[in-house]
Ligand binder design. Sequence first.
Ligand code: HPA
Length: 264
Amino acid sequence: MNDTDQAISIIRTRAGNVSPKIALILGTGLGDAINGWQTLAAIPYGVLPGFQPSGVESHKGQLSICRVGETQIAVMQGRFHLYEGHQASAMLGPMRVLQALGCETLIITNAANALYEEHKPPGLMLITDHINAMGDNPLIGKEGNRFIDMNDAYDPALRERLLACAKSAGVTLHQGVYYAMLGPAFETRAEARMARQFGAHAVGMSTVPEVIAARSLGMRVAGISALTNRAADSTGKPHTLEDVIEGARSVAGDLGKLMAALLR
Ligand code: HPA
């Protein structure tokens, strides 16, 4: 058995014969978004072949199989970041497992810095597109599908649906381009200005590797940023991880409402 088959067997042993069609990756500080969801099984990444243990304190590092009403959903509580020393290709294993489990749609969330005054944090931003400034790509190497189309990587129909769900749930959902940097140091003022001049609306340190890996497997992708802080130029305030986590926590409830509306 390969890693993916082994992981699927472990998941089905623990959660029963589940087949979620949707997966959700929860970013920094967003764990509370799934409060109240029924958890069928929570499996630490450490026991799943193809996954890496998540070394970031603010992340749980487990795959949960949840149920909301009649709908099953696979939830990655925590992710692996390139700044922890992983290569982007480390995201392929988990994406293969989610796809093999039955997930056709992947919703990826993160915490990000808002580059525009109109997007006052804390808030939520639907990702319309991304700029990969991480210097890595999960498709580097020998295996699989390499030269994939990245136009409309963030599925237009799914975006429309999420905007409609936000409206019906009474949640403000901005829209914009996500600029992915390697981190873990926060961006300089000049880097934030550059990202904005390049056409970005938010800056973060994740998401892009998972999006590319998922698209290479043909999954439908949407991305949502929790806008947790503002570019330093405009506030004069230093960026801190504590502020990022607190900002994300304060919008986790809205993210939960949006997800509940989508799953209905
Ligand atoms: N920079 C990069 N990533 C982030 C930030 C930031 O300012 N805030 C939250 N995630």
